[in-house]
Design a protein around this ligand. Structure first.
Ligand SMILES: *[C@@H]1O[C@H](CO)[C@@H](O)[C@H](O)[C@H]1NC(C)=O
Ligand SMILES: *[C@@H]1O[C@H](CO)[C@@H](O)[C@H](O)[C@H]1NC(C)=O
Ligand SMILES: *[C@@H]1O[C@H](CO)[C@@H](O)[C@H](O)[C@H]1NC(C)=O
Ligand SMILES: *[C@@H]1O[C@H](CO)[C@@H](O)[C@H](O)[C@H]1NC(C)=O
Length: 334
């Protein structure tokens, strides 16, 4: 294969490549932008792949521009995923199968006091670990799980641990989880509870692929006493949990426009709201209201370059994209 470097060195002498463009012609300007995007993201392609990626990039870029020209509560932008079709993105980063997400009988203890009108656990203390990156493995559920348990322990003890996602990928199958092919935070909390512990990131590091279980009980540093499931569609219960206890794991349906979310309050009138359609798990670390629109503050696991330093806001109060379908959090042993 020819070294792809040539595509970058040739950037000054761009010609438009209408022949390779298929349904829409790629302009010279779009190709220049593609090359600078390649440089920025350290992307390299063989000659054969270059034109198909350019074509996909140009389509994604036009989608971003169309969206941003409209009147929306959130903005889209180019990011490291802009050379992927949504089908490719889905295959690499989202659940491939429905995860039987249905905490229909919740066991959230009802609190008597009112919820704060806004909260952000990142600002209340050292309670939230830095945004991590799941890489090309459908292991979002493990990051949602560790993020939630890390915060719950930090809020109780003042100690912020970094917990192992790879242990969940490798070891939690008996609780209906599927490593890089998906799983649920509620089921992962159950695993940690019955397995008697979760190791740290340092002793069981992340590898972004399925592996064999290497759990060492004497190295476990985090423990779960009880799993709290929030009742299906009970978004007020989620608000109560985040407002009065700690961040909460939830799942929702990622659709095409979310891949290139950049900032603002994500809202989508077309996504699905039922538990069989959710395909991504994340962590609500707070909520607020902006220009009259209530939103959740959410930690994602696609690295810090995605969204707002790895975070996004999503509209609150409408079960947006099924976000209230399977929320849960652990009560840690401390
Ligand atoms: C933009 O959308 C908001 C909310 O839907 C609406 O209140 C506002 O009038 C719209 N503005 C324009 C210029 O269409
Ligand atoms: C969902 O549950 C059904 C029945 O309980 C089971 O057969 C199936 O394997 C489960 N699917 C997943 C993806 O866990
Ligand atoms: C990962 O392992 C699980 C079983 O733990 C399996 O169901 C799944 O298909 C595997 N996924 C990949 C991408 O190899
Ligand atoms: C919480 O949900 C998980 C599955 O998502 C289930 O295994 C567990 O029994 C539920 N816990 C409670 C206390 O209902």
């Amino acid at each position: 294969m020819r070294p792809p470097l040539c595509w970058l060195l040739a950037a000054a002498t761009v010609v438009s490549i209408t022949a390779a463009a298929g349904s829409h012609a790629v302009t010279a300007e779009e190709e220049i932008q593609f090359r600078s995007w390649m440089l920025q993201h350290g992307k390299w392609y063989g000659e054969g792949e270059y034109y198909s990626r350019l074509h996909i990039f140009a389509g994604n870029k036009r989608r971003v521009e169309r969206h941003n020209a409209g009147n929306h509560s959130f903005q889209m932008g180019l990011n490291e995923f802009s050379d992927l079709t949504f089908a490719e993105f889905k295959k690499r980063f989202l659940w491939s199968e429905p995860q039987n997400c249905s905490a229909t009988r919740g066991n959230l203890p009802r609190s008597s006091g009112p919820c704060p009108s806004a909260i952000d656990w990142r600002k209340k203390g050292n309670y939230v670990t830095p945004v991590k990156n799941q890489g090309g493995c459908g292991s979002c559920w493990t990051f949602s799980t560790t993020g939630c348990l890390e915060s719950a322990i930090a809020i109780k003890t003042g100690k912020l641990l970094m917990l192992s996602e790879q242990q969940l990928v490798d070891c939690a199958q008996n609780f209906n989880n599927h490593g890089c092919s998906g799983g649920l935070p509620s089921q992962a909390f159950e695993y940690i509870l019955y397995n008697k512990g979760l190791m740290g990131e340092d002793t069981y590091p992340y590898r972004a692929e399925n592996g064999t279980c290497k759990f060492q009980p004497d190295k476990a540093i985090a423990f779960v006493k009880e799993v709290v499931n929030i009742t299906l569609y009970d978004e007020l219960g989620m608000m109560q949990a985040v407002g009065t206890h700690n961040p909460v794991s939830f799942a929702f349906q990622v659709t095409e426009d979310f891949m290139q979310y950049s900032k603002g309050i994500y809202s989508n009138p077309h996504c699905e709201k039922t538990p069989d359609k959710v395909n991504h798990a994340v962590l609500a670390v707070g909520y607020g209201v902006e220009n009259g629109m209530p939103y959740w503050i959410v930690k994602n696991s696609w690295g810090t370059y995605w969204g707002m330093d790895g975070y996004f806001h999503i509209e609150r109060g409408k079960n947006m994209c099924g976000l209230a379908d399977c929320a849960s959090y652990p009560i840690p042993w401390v």
